[in-house]
Design a protein around this ligand. Structure first.
Ligand code: NAP
Length: 401
């Protein structure tokens, strides 16, 4: 090892654009989202080669046009370390560990499949700063990764010891209980050693990353992570946090994926709760400040998704979240809260399209997305895949028109 480089552990929000805007009120939402996109600055600093954010890696294997050039080096190492134990961490671990003959019939980007086919990564370490009771993943996703064929799973028995506060936490949360049970079952049923050629998944708890280690042999490349051991402190059930114990340990690896969640960034001129990383709101109605006073609503301004409630939840959570915001807009429309002050009708959808045109923004309507979808399905059917993704903006727009 050559030396240690300090860690940049910034959490950032990916730009999501929700379609279907129906009125001039809604264009304010759009305006806000566009602003978020404009102002998002990806501050992640990859000071050592081989360190990536999980977001980039997910974009890469999903064929996102902005992620296709990542070209992670999967051939120079047999070990990857993933920082974090949420569902994104599990997703990327699954991609690295799942047999490629199974991936071949998914909609994974073809270039990613080819790279994974040649991958020499056999061991993946999923590292959490807290314990198995606090692992941020959900049971369904955990079950999926534990169900990978011919996978050796390792969890240290000591890490499964629960404190009275852990017990209390588990009583209060069905998800945490299920996750803990699955991890305990996996630990109990694992063989003592991996078999020859078996891929390995190691859950490592109570370790927080301190710095990345640089390789002696390959200058500028990562060769490991320097971790500090942790213990849980304070707060009571649901509020335990990790504190360093002053004891350190290195984990050798040739690839690191940072999967430590996301945090929205403020948008100029919009109220923002820095602590929660959200735009303050009540049921999607944006508030003028973070006091939570419902009389202080910004009329005609709404928010949904991670900017509304924080970076949590599965797809269904987003559906309910969007429905709630739309219900607030509908109520306000019915009650005349959104009536134009001039008395003239609002320009609605046409106004939005005009605004986009004025700004040289080329929207892709749902009908165009349907064209992309059916072309991807057609291409997929030629290769026994549900879809073959179009992975450049050029190809996407060509098909969309
Ligand atoms: P996440 O669930 O918030 O997990 C983040 C992980 O990073 C946690 O283990 C967290 O540990 C750890 N972490 C945070 N800051 C850290 C630091 N400074 N040092 C070390 N570790 C740190 O985030 P995510 O996995 O990116 O997922 C985001 C949301 O998308 C989640 O709600 C997830 O469920 C959802 N999602 C859902 C699916 C699905 O439905 N299949 C798939 C992917 C993502 P602590 O708990 O100690 O903070």
């Amino acid at each position: 090892m050559k030396g240690a480089r300090s860690l940049e552990m910034s959490r950032l929000d990916p730009p999501f654009l929700y379609p279907s805007f129906v009125s001039s009120t809604m264009w304010l939402c759009l305006h806000m989202v566009l602003k978020v996109i404009e102002l998002l600055v990806y501050q992640e600093k990859y000071d050592l080669i081989g360190v990536h954010s999980a977001r980039e890696f997910v974009w890469w294997y999903n064929g996102h046009p902005d992620g296709k050039n990542l070209s992670p080096d999967l051939k120079s190492t047999d070990t990857a370390v993933i920082l974090g134990q949420g569902n994104v961490a599990l997703d990327v671990a699954r991609i690295l560990l799942r047999p490629t003959e199974e991936l071949a019939t998914t909609d994974i980007a073809s270039y990613a499949w080819t790279a994974l086919e040649g991958s020499s990564i056999r061991k993946v370490y999923l590292v959490g700063r807290r314990g198995p009771v606090q692992a941020a993943c959900t049971a369904k996703e955990l079950r999926e990764i534990l169900g990978i064929k011919n996978l050796y799973v390792h969890i240290r028995e000591d890490d499964l010891i629960k404190s009275p506060t852990d017990e209390e936490e588990m009583k209060n949360s069905r998800i945490q209980r299920r996750v803990y049970e699955l991890l305990s079952k996996a630990a109990a049923s694992a063989s003592s050693q991996p078999m020859l050629g078996q891929r390995e998944l190691h859950f490592v708890f109570f370790r927080k990353p301190d710095s990345f280690l640089e390789s002696n042999e390959r200058s500028g490349h990562v060769s490991g992570v320097h971790f500090e051991k942790t213990a849980l402190k304070g707060g009571g059930p649901g509020k335990q946090y990790a504190v360093g114990t002053g004891e350190f340990e290195d984990l050798d690896c040739g690839m690191v994926l940072k999967s430590i969640g996301y945090k929205s960034v403020p948008v100029n001129g919009l109220p923002f709760d820095n602590h929660k990383g959200i735009v303050p709101n009540i049921r999607g109605r944006v508030l003028k400040n973070i006091s939570g006073d419902s009389s202080q609503v910004e009329n005609g301004l709404y928010v949904c998704g991670w900017l509304k409630r924080g970076p949590t939840g599965i797809i269904a959570t987003n559906l309910y979240c969007a429905e709630e915001t739309v219900a607030s807009i509908s109520e306000d429309l019915e009650q005349g809260v959104l009536a134009s002050s001039s008395g003239l009708p609002k320009p609605g959808r046409e106004g939005l399209l005009q605004l986009l045109d004025n700004r040289n923004v080329r929207p892709v309507p749902f009908s165009a997305w349907e064209k992309i979808d059916s072309e991807e399905k057609r291409l997929g059917s030629l290769r026994n895949k549900p879809k073959e993704k179009l992975t450049t903006y050029e190809d996407l727009l060509k098909v969309a028109t």
